[in-house]
Design a protein around this ligand. Sequence first.
Ligand code: M6R
Length: 617
Amino acid sequence: MCGITGYIGYRIASPIIIKGLERLEYRGYDSAGIMVYNQGKLEISKTKGKVADLKKILSDKIHKEANIGIGHTRWATHGEPNDVNAHPHTSNSGDLVIIHNGIIENFNSLRKELSKRGFKFESDTDTEVLINLIEDVKNNNNCKLGKAVQIALNQVVGAYAIAVFDRNNPEEIVVAKLGSPLAIGISKDNTEFFIASDASPFIEYTNNAIYLEDQEMAVISLGTDIKMYKVADDSQVEPYIQELKLNLDQIEKGGYDHFMLKEIYEQPRAVTDTYRGRLLANKGIIRVAGIDDNIEKFLKAKRIIISACGTSWHAGLVAEYLFEDLARIPVEVEYSSEFRYRNPIINEGDIVIAISQSGETADTLAAIKLAKEKGAFVFGVCNVVGSTIARETHAGAYTHAGPEIGVASTKAFTTQITILALIALKLGKAKGVISQEKYQSYLYELESIPEKIEQLLKQDKKIKEIAKIYKDSPNFLYLGRGYNFPVALEGALKLKEISYIHAEGYPAAEMKHGPIALIDENMPIVAIAPNLKHYEKVVSNIHEIKSRKGKIIAIVTEGDVDVKVLADHVIEIPHISEAFSPLITTIPLQLLSYHIAVMRNCNVDQPRNLAKSVTVE
Ligand code: M6R
């Protein structure tokens, strides 16, 4: 979490840094700060709150001439969000300045050591300890900043993406990375360099970027090339410059009030992009390069273990149904945060699939490392191209959803399910466990999903009306069965995280084992009840709710009769097979939580206490 950015070049640095921070704010928004070097002076402004608050305290006079600087938007780990704990942090001499994303785990022992040597600390942060450690090393070795950073980082345990500036050498920024992402944008003529947690702050200036690998560092100097080194031994690394495909439109709101709404509405396009070039329905072919290249391993797999967090974990639960149903491969779905510490049993022939939108989630990354150590073949499903998880896995498939900026995942979920459905179908066909006829009808049906999502989006107004009725309810219950049980969990998570309403998702039949006690005339229950395998059972569950006076918002198949007479509100979905129903039933739940959050005046795109990519454990 935390977003870091920086600039060295010929333009005025502060507007570039501030705009960059606004784009990185999805990573954390507890406090924000900026440092520019202006004619011999370090000018630092920082404050608790959002980048908008930082903008308010930046006077018109300062920062005008500066063309070098760094900025930070924070998601607090060590020390509460306040002005003092906000980044940048300065060393005791006032010469060195740092911004940091990550956690220095041994900061307490380092702080004690440095205190003994006379260093004083103003903040509660691990970052202030790191900058003073760098200063201590620099003084003791009488070396340049780059060397001091390299030596200091070898004494550090934890994760970092840092940018460090020394006012004695003001045409240079030193950056380094371990565990947290860091990209450097480079203008075509090498006259400008941009530092950022992802490419969004610099994509309007350049498409050329270097993504640092773990334990790499770079010395970026004005007017020269970037020099890259290994943190471990200072050996030189050849920079690898990639050309990015991202464009500015993809990271702007495009007329929508919120990124979340834009991303909900983008789903027909996003799902199409996920299967584009992979699903050739007319020819009866599915191509997924990462699977095709490793098909033997997948066909021999005795078990698939899926590791993920949050919404990606819910997509993993849907995949459990898909793989078991369509390809007859046993699946276990694990929270990465539990899996990584559980000493799990991984046998030869097991495959681990890690699912992550951002490709940076620390727990999922740790789960991948553990699985690799235990000899598993690890396959990644990520959205962000070039992300750490995409690079750490043996093979993988991108979802191609495009940048997801709203903290609440929407299009990531549907595109993850789409790629996992393609894989399950491909394996089912190759293993001969689904008939040619069934396989072919699934392919055509997958192609029709974007149109079906479009149809549902047309009911937005109706869903908004329902939201108006229930926006002040303190609790919600979401019920679903089979493939739609994970959708119930996902619906509840969406509502919780953006509207701060307590919500729980349950398999409908579990209701009578406890949650039914919660039901009274004030409890809204979202029942996912399409006319599929469990329909009659869910109808019985709805009767049980009705007889306890619960308020029922039902998701039903068009033409439904039985639920309609029981429910207070129905939202109709088009006909769809069981296996792909989560791609459709989830849409009204996204819209419902979106509208409720807006009506409650919640910050939809930046809900409290959350961040888009969780790079701390
Ligand atoms: O980037 P990832 O998919 O690994 O992120 C996992 C979770 O942090 C994420 O899905 C989170 O639960 C979202 N805020 C849910 O909307």
